[in-house]
Design a protein. Structure first.
Length: 364
């Protein structure tokens, strides 16, 4: 398309009572840019200018003349994806961070904050030898706040076959292998946060008569994963109850249970979940033993290696509506566009539950 250039020093539009329409499009349609170009981003509803004022040419938001209202207080729950279960060791729960009952987080209206929901790690999918995968982090970030980031749960350990390896560290550690090697569980609260975001995985064990392999339970937010005992896989560590949505009895970040194998026999039921709500949303289930992992957003069970549960990010505040950017799903609404908060019975608060993806949320 031909480019029309205006060569006069002054353009007088004072006789036009309308507005000047800029080029507009989504963030994904953003061009490489030429210094001085202006466009409207339809995902963020912000006007951008291509400039090198920071020393690096990039698209930046234009300054806004509108007066921004005072900050408002937010409670949050940020849970990462659970670790995948390995052949015997249960996956560790995703890291658990919250300020419920503590100091509120001040956010600013008309500011876009980025929410990331970590997915659960894949299970080994292998009955005889194999490791699961690490869960992925969840976070809240944006201008004027310190990023809140919970770490993915560690995968369980396994000592048999070509895919053998020790349990992994993470938000909560994975359960230890069935032995005789690498029986220790993975460490929780890695990287270190205060207060702690999770606990260690339980140790596995090996007994020689009869030749028996017992996997440890993955750690949870509420307790360490349970150590395997002779003939019994370790239970997953307990989840932690959180009432950010106003509901009681909902536990988050429970660990996956370990399983046992008797040489010459078959895998049998090992440690079960003790985290509560074992059958609830996004919990891992062992494909062989039927063990459920600990709680909502938890580590995967051992056995054929169940996947860890997906993470979740919940914000609670007095704002009734918000605007989403692309890529994030909040209260079952996929962005971009507006989303209604869920009113919490008996209060003037609303909650926003992000369950998948990465994208922005903006409160007016």
């Amino acid at each position: 398309m031909a480019t029309t250039k205006v060569t006069t020093d002054v353009i007088d539009m004072s006789g036009n009572a309308g507005g000047l329409t800029w080029v507009k499009g989504t963030t994904a349609q953003e061009p490489s840019g030429v210094i001085g170009e202006i466009r409207e981003d339809t995902d963020t509803n912000r006007t951008l200018v291509y400039t090198d004022e920071t020393g690096t040419a990039e698209w930046r938001n234009l300054k806004e003349a509108a007066v921004v209202g005072p900050s408002f207080n937010v409670e949050y729950l940020v849970v990462a994806g659970g670790g995948g279960g390995s052949t015997y060791g249960g996956g560790g729960a995703g890291g658990y961070l919250t300020n419920v009952g503590g100091t509120s987080l001040p956010l600013s209206p008309s500011t876009a904050y980025t929410l990331t929901v970590g997915t659960g790690g894949a299970g080994s999918g292998n009955v005889y030898g194999g490791l699961g995968a690490q869960g992925l982090l969840s976070s809240v970030s944006g201008s004027g706040i310190t990023t809140i980031e919970s770490a993915g749960g560690g995968y369980g350990g396994d000592s048999l076959g070509a895919g053998a390896g020790a349990a992994a560290d993470g938000g909560s550690g994975g359960g230890g292998s069935d032995g005789p090697n690498d029986a220790s569980g993975g460490s929780g609260n890695i990287p270190i946060t205060t207060p702690s975001q999770g606990k260690n995985g339980g140790a596995g064990m090996f007994t020689s008569t009869p030749e028996t392999y017992q996997g440890g339970g993955g750690g949870g937010a509420g307790s360490v994963g349970f150590t395997a005992t002779e003939g019994v896989g370790g239970n997953g560590g307990t989840g932690t109850e959180n009432q950010i949505t106003g509901a009681t009895g909902i536990f988050y970040s429970g660990g996956g249970g370990g399983v046992i194998f008797i040489s010459g026999g078959t895998q049998s039921s090992g440690g079960s979940s003790v985290g509560g709500n074992g059958g609830s949303w996004n919990t891992g289930t062992s494909l062989i033993t039927g063990n459920t992992s600990g709680a909502v957003n938890s580590g995967g069970g051992g056995g054929a290696g169940a996947a860890g549960g997906s993470g979740i990010v919940i914000l609670r505040c007095t704002k009734a509506t918000a605007t989403l950017g692309s890529g994030i799903t909040v209260n079952s609404t996929a962005g971009p566009g507006s989303v209604n908060g869920v009113l919490i019975t008996g209060t003037s608060d609303y909650y926003y539950s992000a369950t998948a993806g990465t994208g922005t949320i903006t409160f007016s």
